[in-house]
Each structure stands twice: as C-alpha cells, then as structure tokens.
Design a protein around this ligand. Structure first.
Ligand code: NAD
Length: 268
C-alpha cells in the first residue's frame, strides 16, 4: 500500500523539493498538487514545475477540489494557509504534516486543537540530522547546563520571513525544558547597547540572513575554560522534504493526535 500525498504550496522552494521526495519514495505517490490561487503555474504539470519530468498531475488552485485524491496532506506554506487547510483536512478526516513555521501563540493553539479530530505531525524541522541534534542537546543540557552559558546562532537565506527560525526556537525549547527554565522568561533575542552583563540563565538567539543558505544552526555551551558546540548544516531542502514524506507515510497509520518528528523516528 502506498500513501497518496497531496502537496500544497507545490511551486514554492519546499514544495518543489517535496514533489521530488514524494516521487522518490517507493512507499508514497503524488495524489495532488496545489498552488496559490492566481499563480500563473495553475494548470501546469506538477512534475515539470519541480523539474522532475511529467507526472500527469496538474497544479490546482483549490485544495477542496481534490480531497478524495490523497490520504495525507503535506503543508509548507504560511500560518494562515495552514490553519485553513487543517480545517479542511479535519472536515474530511485527512492527516496533515505541517512544516510551516512562524505561528503566533494563538495560531499554534488553534492548530493543536485539531488533534481531537485528525492526526497531525508538526515539526519546525523535518531533517533526520536536526532531530538527532535535538536529542544530543538534551544530553548536553543535562551535563553542561548548570555551568555553561547557552547561545543559539542560526543562518538562513535572504527570503526567510520569520526570525529566529522555528528550528532555533525548538532547540531553545528543548534546552529550557531540560533545565526547567521558562523560555519566554530567559530568551534574549539579539543584543544592542548598554545592556549589562549576561544573566546566567539566559538563552541567547542570534540570527543571520543572506544569500542562499538553506539552514545552519549552532548551539554553544560556553563554560569557563572550554566550550561545546553542536552544529547542523543543511545543504539541500531534500533533507527536510524526505523527512516530511517519511512523516506522512507514518501518519497514515495514526488515528488522531499531535506528533512530531521525534515520534516518527522513534527517538522518544
Ligand atoms: P516559499 O515562499 O518558497 O513557499 C511557500 C509556498 O506556499 C509558495 O509557493 C506560495 O505560493 C504557497 N502558498 C501561500 N499561500 C497559499 C495558499 N493560500 N494556497 C496555496 N499555496 C499557497 O517558502 P518556503 O521556503 O518553501 O517555506 C515555506 C514554509 O516552510 C516556511 O514557513 C518555512 O519556514 C518552512 N520550512 C520548514 C521546514 C521544516 O523542516 N519544517 C524547512 C524549510 C522551510
């Protein structure tokens, strides 16, 4: 049995990588591809948009037109679009893999509420390597957290609209949870001017934007006399896309609830 997957935002940067990953995975097939209403690409062959050859699936402009064509939706778009799609998936009993980042607290809460009706897999980063790093960060925080200052530095391409990245925030959350700190209270998002010495419990975030950087994250544990750095560098969007397809195949077996990539990889 293959999992029929629909991709929304199919002509976007991640959308194209997802189209490629769905067709590469023998356990999945492309059920539907949806783009932004008004896009000049509507009606074009999805495979040709992704540069992987004709797939005989045309890009539609309305997800509600193709709800019977797929088992699980993969959504890497914008928070508002994802919320509207989650409602549609809930009405039709379809699971949804959410890669979109930049949700406000209220939007995140609204998204999580769908867990009573459908299965959702939500992750700020679907790459296997980053999810391994989250596990390593728990260990590093347990061993070094009391003695080290913790700083998170991330870099992304110039088009990224949210900051810090969802992945950097997730890294901060994992560390804060491990150390019993409240991230909202201890996070410092950038520094400027006469701000005084560093507070021991702070978790600092620094953001770099530019060029075509796919996604770099480094977490530094800075102690007296030594420091440990855990770094992940993504060089291709296919690393996220392959993980999201793996998550969609896994999600088809779930009835309802909210899951993340750690569940998919069995890292919990
Ligand atoms: P992008 O702007 O290239 O792509 C977004 C696509 O969504 C565009 O093609 C746009 O037309 C489409 N879209 C927007 N509104 C739509 C609507 N109403 N209906 C249909 N399509 C619509 O951006 P991107 O770089 O592909 O990133 C998309 C999101 O994925 C961002 O939030 C980004 O942070 C996130 N992301 C997550 C991961 C992860 O592993 N979780 C990895 C990379 C990017």
């Amino acid at each position: 049995m293959t999992t029929r997957i629909a991709i929304i935002g199919a002509s976007g940067r991640m959308g194209k990588a997802l189209l490629e990953a769905v067709t590469q995975n023998p356990a999945s097939s492309l059920g539907a591809a949806v783009g932004r209403p008004g896009s000049s690409l509507i009606g074009a062959d999805a495979g040709e948009i992704a540069g992987i050859g004709k797939r005989n699936i045309v890009l539609l402009d309305d997800l509600s037109q193709c709800m019977d064509s797929f088992d699980v939706l993969i959504d890497f778009t914008t928070p508002q679009t994802t919320l509207a799609n989650a409602e549609l998936c809930a009405a039709h009993g379809k699971g949804i893999v959410v890669g979109t980042t930049g949700f406000s607290a209220a939007e995140k809460q609204a998204l999580l509420a769908y867990q009573d009706r459908i299965p959702l897999c939500i992750a700020a980063n679907f790459s296997t390597g980053v999810n391994l790093c989250l596990k390593l960060l728990q260990t590093a925080a347990q061993v070094l957290g009391a003695d080290a200052d913790i700083e998170i530095v991330e870099a992304h391409h110039r088009h990224k609209v949210d900051s810090p990245s969802g992945t950097a925030l997730r890294m901060g959350e994992v560390i804060a949870e491990t150390l019993n700190r409240d991230l909202e209270k201890v996070a410092i998002y950038g520094r400027e001017g006469q701000i005084g010495p560093r507070q021991r419990d702070s978790i600092g975030f620094a953001t770099v934007r530019g060029g075509d950087v796919v996604g770099d994250h480094t977490v530094m544990f800075l102690a007296d006399g030594e420091r440990v750095e855990i770094t992940h560098k993504a060089s291709s969007r296919l690393s996220f896309a392959r993980g999201a397809v793996r998550a969609a195949i896994w999600l088809q077996q779930q009835k309802k609830g909210v899951f993340d990539m750690q569940d998919v990889l069995g890292l919990k």
